[in-house]
Every structure is written in C-alpha cells, then in structure tokens.
Ligand binder design. Sequence first.
Ligand code: B12
Ligand code: SF4
Length: 442
Amino acid sequence: MLRIGFIFPSSDYLFDPFKGDPHTHFQILTVLESRLGDQVDLSLIDLRGISRNFALYHIHECDVYLHSVYTLDYNEQLSIVKGLRERYPKAKHIAGGPHAVVFQEECSKIFDSLVIGDGEESIILAIKDIMNSKLKPIYAHKGCVDINKYPYPLRKYLPKATIARKGLMTLKNKKGYDQLLSTTVMFSRGCPYRCYFCDIPKTKEYSPGIRFRKPEFIEQEIEYLKKDYDMQGISLLDEIGIPLVKKEAVPHLNAIGRTGILWRGQCRVDGINKEYAKLAKESGCITMCLGVESVSQISLDIINKKISVKQAKESIRFLKENGIETRIYMIIGLPGEPGDIVEQTWKFIKETSPDLVYLSLFTVRPGTEVFNNPKKFGIKHINKNWKNTMHMFSRYENETPTLTFEYDKQTPWGRGFDGKEIVSNYLELQNRIKENGMGPLK
Ligand code: B12
Ligand code: SF4
C-alpha cells in the first residue's frame, strides 16, 4: 500500500489559520480514495498552529508527499522538503498550486514532479506512474475537468473538531450567530474575469472559465455536513458566490435554501441584483461580502475590474434592503488613485453605510498582470520578498505595513504616490473605519 501524505503548512502569517479549510487537500485526497481505493493509505498532515522549527516532528513517514504551493508558504515548504529528504530519502514530492504554476522551472528543482492545472486526473496518473517507477517531472492538464464527475470532498481526513467550529458565522448586528457550528465550502472552480491585480490568470491558461457544482451535489454535500458534523452554517469561499447566469443562479440558491442551512458568501458587485438579493435572503444568506475594491472609476478601469462605482452602490443597497449584513472589500494604493482618495473613499463609506469594511493595502503578487508588466501600471520597482506580499487587514494592529512596490514619480495617470503617502492613506482610513465600528470582527 502506497502511503501518501498531503501537507498543509503552518499558515503562521494568518491571524487565525483555522478560519479556512484545506479544500485542495480534501478534493485531491477524496479523488485518490475514490479511484485508487485500497492501493493507497491517505493522510492530511495539518501543520497549522505548529511552529515551523518543529514541523518535521509532526510529519510521519510516507512514500509520497503532496504540497499545494502558495507564494507565502513557499519558503516553509522548501525547508520541509529539505528536512524530509534527509529523513526519508526515498519519498517522492509532488507539488501543484498557484506558485508552482507561475514558477515551474524553479519548483521543478525542488519537487520531483509538478501537477499543473486541474489536478484530479493528473494525480491519478502520477501515483500510478510512481507505482510503476515511472514518475514524470510534469503532469500538465490543459482544459477543464468536469467537477461534477467527482464525489463531494470528504472531511474525514481531519478531526471533527477541526471541521465543525464556532465563530465563522458571527454577525455584527445580531447576537448568537458566533455559536453556530460551521465550516467553509467551495461550490465552484475558477473565474472568468481577468482583474490585473488578481493571482489566477496563469492558472486560467490551463483551466479557463468558471464551473459550478450541480444543485443536487450542493444539496448532497450540505446534507453530509449536517448529518456527520451537525453543521448549522456554511461560509462559501467561492469568489463568484452566485452563478453568473440566471438559469444557474436560481437553482443554485434554491438548492442551498432547501437544506435550511444558514450561509455567508462573497461576490463581485455586478453579481448581485434586486432579485438575487431577495433569493439569497430566502435561501438562508445572513451576510455577503462584495468586492468593491476602489471608489475611483479610473483605478477600477486600470485594473480591468469591469465594474462601476454606481453598481457597487446599488448592490450594497439591494443587500441591505433584504436584511443581509453587507461587508465590502476595498484596496488602497491601486494605480490611478486621485490625490483625495481618502476623502472620496470615506464619502462612499458614509453614503452607502456597509456593515463592515475590509480594507487591504495593494500588494503585487507573482503571476498577476501588474507583476508581469509593471511599467504599464506606472510601477518602477517590485519587491520580491514574498513574505511581505500579505495584505490581510488583521495584521496591522501592532505593525506598520510596508509597500511591496514603488510607483514612478510620473505615471500614465499623473503623479505617482510615494510609498509613505499610500501607507499613510491606508492607516488613516483604517483608523476611521475602526473608530466608526466598521472594522473586521474578531
Ligand atoms: C479556497 C481558498 C483558500 C482556502 C483554502 C486553501 C487551500 N489551501 O486549500 C483558505 C481560506 C484556507 C485560503 C487561504 C489563503 N489563500 Co486562498 N484561495 C482560495 C481560492 C478561492 C480557491 C482555492 C481552492 O481551494 N479551490 C478548490 C480546489 C479544489 O482547487 P485548487 O486549489 O485550484 O486545486 C486544484 C488544482 O489547482 C490542483 N492543485 C493545486 N494544488 C495542488 C497540489 C497537488 C499536490 C496536486 C496533485 C494538485 C494541486 O488540483 C486541484 C484540483 O483540480 C483561491 C482562488 C482560486 N479561485 O483558485 C485562493 C488563492 C489560492 N488563495 C490565495 C491566497 C493568497 C491565500 C492566503 C495566503 C490568504 C492571504 N491571507 O493572503 C491564504 C493561505 C493559507 C494557506 N496556507 O493555504 C491566492 C494564492 C496566491 C499565491 N500565489 O499564493 C489565491 C489564488 C487567491 C488570489 N486570487 O489571490 N485560500
Ligand atoms: S479579483 Fe475576483 S473577479 Fe477578478 S479575476 Fe480575481 S477572482 Fe475573478
């Protein structure tokens, strides 16, 4: 029996790594189990909460280790592979994930094999090849797999207490929701848009577009979570929380609604209209987060967001009218921002009155259009120290953020802000948001 361990790194840069779940790992392990059954012994090696220095003590011997490489985890994963090679020299290491897709050459020197693009079929091939001592250096799957062909991702690879937990459904305006047993879910794969700051375009070269789980499978998965884990709430991590076409959106929401579960989600501002807001509420939605990103239409256009500030205002209104707690994601430091971005952003927040505002500082991530063509965005320098490419709001309570790039003095849209101005704009807004009780909930 081949022992396969999928390692989930410490994620020690996150405020609370247990807010999320290892969905890639659940999916790949479930597929391996359904296709290779008793030929494999599978485990999810969860290093969250464990100090990087002691990680190796928590990793048991396997014949194959799997790694999903994110930029912020890359250095940790390098040191884990190095340590494991010393300890278990015969074990093979297979990697996939966003960082491996962008830096294939570099990653090929570290891992024995790379899985690029959708991994379901490639991992079966790779494991069969290992069984026949014929592992190839790369398994690239061009085109999309049909995600409805595979069983829903099983959670049994982690203890029950890690899966069903409290604190994910907390509301700002209503008490008691923090006590609901809940988890995160993913009902889609991919995104059809091409925002220039977003880190999935390279992945899209392999698997373009967006795919949703069929309504009946969504229902089955939620029923499984209710039955085996007593789940009362789910947090949808899909970036496009509601399918883009009406004939898919309505059955999708109805399927969630039939299960009677409470849910929270996120979507683009053009993903909500009057009808969807009402349907979402009826299907159990208690809070929705919208990607407003910026109140500068020029910035939105430069980053190819393909939304308008007017749409953002309307969507916030539709959600609030339906009693859905409304949260917005915003970014400060984007190309094209006007000199009075702080005042314009504050005016927008006061006027639309969202319940919470998650404000991030713009970070340039590898694989994005901005990273690949900085000149086009008036950027003269990008810092490639990956550990700074972190833009989470909860980090800056006791730490002053640093920018990971520098604008030219003169940019295609006028004067470029210097780093200090951008950080000061960010902190000023962050303070106002906090003082007005609109900051992220703890
Ligand atoms: C859900 C999600 C999460 C979840 C689950 C993450 C996970 N590791 O499973 C949580 C909330 C934990 C999370 C956390 C973070 N995330 Co996240 N996340 C996503 C999201 C929305 C979907 C990923 C997912 O689980 N999809 C479902 C699975 C089944 O599909 P998949 O991951 O694409 O994997 C398939 C293939 O890519 C391939 N594959 C991938 N890896 C591997 C590995 C092996 C061995 C094999 C065989 C195959 C394989 O096979 C899978 C099946 O086809 C993506 C955006 C996106 N649309 O892809 C961002 C995304 C991956 N996250 C991102 C980031 C930045 C983060 C954070 C660092 C957040 C932050 N604070 O800044 C943390 C990192 C924590 C961590 N250590 O994982 C970036 C990654 C950028 C980068 N270059 O690293 C993305 C691309 C978002 C973005 N647009 O910027 N995330
Ligand atoms: S920012 Fe959102 S809408 Fe834009 S490409 Fe990324 S996931 Fe898609």
